[in-house]
Design a protein around this ligand. Structure first.
Ligand code: AMP
Length: 283
C-alpha cells in the first residue's frame, strides 16, 4: 500500500491509472477506522481495479465548538486495517495541502442540506460537499462508496453529483452495527462505559419505530411520540432531533410509508451520536 500526501502526486497517479483503463474505487473517510469503514473498503475492492482510501479530518465541516481538535486518530492502526482490506493507495493530505492560504471557494447543496444535521450544524454540509468535490477531482474515482450511517450526507452527495454532472457512480452501503445494535462510529471511542450503555437507546428507539410500523402504524405523529419516549427513558441522553422524512428528498411528512427515513441525533455528555433507519427496508 502506497501512502500519498501530495495532491499533485495523487492526481497524476490517478490520471495514469485511468489512461491505462483501470477502474478506480474510492472510500473517503476521516480515519480511526472500524468495521463500518472496512465494509465500504471490501465492497470497493470488488468494484474497482484499484482501491483508494482517503483519511482526512476535514476542518471546514466542523463547527466552532465541535470536536475537530480531539477527533480520534490512530494512523498506524488505520494503515494495517487499510492494508488488510486491500487498499492500494492511501491519500492522507495535511489541512494546509487541502486548504492553502487564500482558499475561498465552496460548494453548497441547497434544500437537502437544510434539515436534520444541517439545522443543528450550520455550514457542515458545505464543508462536506466542498471536500468531497475536491477529493473527487484529486482521486478521480469511477465509483465512490459512502455509508448510510450518514444518511443525509449520502443524500447531499448524490444530489451534488447529479446536479454538477460529476462522472462518479455513488454507492450507498448499509449501516454496520455492534452486536448489541449500536451503529459503529469513530466517535463511539469518546463514550464512557455508562454512556456506552445509554447510547443503546438509539437502537431501542429505532426498533420500537420499526415494530410499530410493521404492525401497521402509519401516523408520523404517533410514531414520533413513541420513538422519542424510548429515548426520554434515558435521563443522560439529550435529543437533538428525531424526525421522520421522505427518504429521497428529506422533506417532512405526516404519513409514513416504505422508504420513509427515521433520523435521530442525540448528545450523551459531550458526544454527539446519529443513527437512522429506513422503514420497510432491512435493518
Ligand atoms: P467518517 O470517517 O465517519 O467520515 O466515515 C467515512 C465513511 O464511512 C462515510 O461514508 C460513513 O457513512 C461511513 N461509515 C461510518 N460509520 C459507518 C457504519 N457504522 N456503517 C457503514 N458505514 C459507515
Amino acid at each position: 500500500m502506497k501512502i500519498i500526501k501530495s495532491i499533485k502526486e495523487m492526481q497524476s497517479l490517478a490520471l495514469s491509472f485511468r489512461r491505462g483503463g483501470k477502474r478506480i474505487a474510492f472510500v473517503p473517510t476521516m480515519g480511526f477506522l472500524h468495521d463500518g469503514h472496512a465494509s465500504l473498503l471490501r465492497e470497493g475492492r470488488c468494484l474497482g481495479d484499484l482501491l483508494m482510501l482517503s483519511i482526512f479530518v476535514n476542518p471546514i465541516q466542523f463547527g466552532q465548538n465541535e470536536d475537530l481538535d480531539r477527533y480520534p486518530r490512530d494512523m498506524e492502526r488505520d494503515c494495517s486495517i487499510a492494508a488488510e482490506c486491500g487498499v492500494d493507495i492511501l491519500f492522507n493530505p495535511d489541512a494546509e495541502e487541502m486548504y492553502p492560504q487564500g482558499f475561498q471557494t465552496g460548494v453548497t447543496v441547497r434544500e437537502i442540506s437544510l434539515p436534520l444535521c444541517g439545522a443543528s450544524r450550520p455550514g457542515h454540509f458545505d464543508g462536506v460537499a466542498t471536500v468531497v468535490t475536491k477529493l473527487f477531482n484529486i482521486v478521480q474515482p469511477d465509483v465512490a462508496l459512502f455509508g448510510c450511517k450518514d444518511y443525509q450526507q449520502l443524500a447531499v452527495i448524490r444530489r451534488m453529483t447529479a446536479d454538477l454532472s460529476l462522472p462518479v457512480e455513488i454507492v450507498g452501503m448499509p449501516i454496520i452495527r455492534e452486536a448489541d445494535g449500536l451503529a459503529m462510529s469513530s466517535r463511539n471511542a469518546y463514550l464512557s462505559p455508562t454512556e456506552r450503555k445509554s447510547a443503546l437507546c438509539l437502537f431501542r428507539a429505532i426498533t420500537r419505530a420499526r415494530n410499530l410500523y410493521a404492525a401497521g402504524e402509519r401516523s408520523v405523529e404517533v410514531l414520533l411520540d413513541e420513538t422519542k419516549a424510548v429515548i426520554e427513558l434515558e435521563p443522560s441522553v439529550r435529543i437533538e432531533y428525531v424526525e421522520f422524512r421522505d427518504g429521497t428528498t428529506l422533506k417532512d411528512l405526516k404519513v409514513a410509508d416504505n422508504g420513509t427515513l427515521l433520523a435521530l441525533a442525540v448528545k450523551i455528555g459531550q458526544t454527539r451520536l446519529i443513527d437512522n433507519t429506513v422503514l420497510g427496508e432491512e435493518l
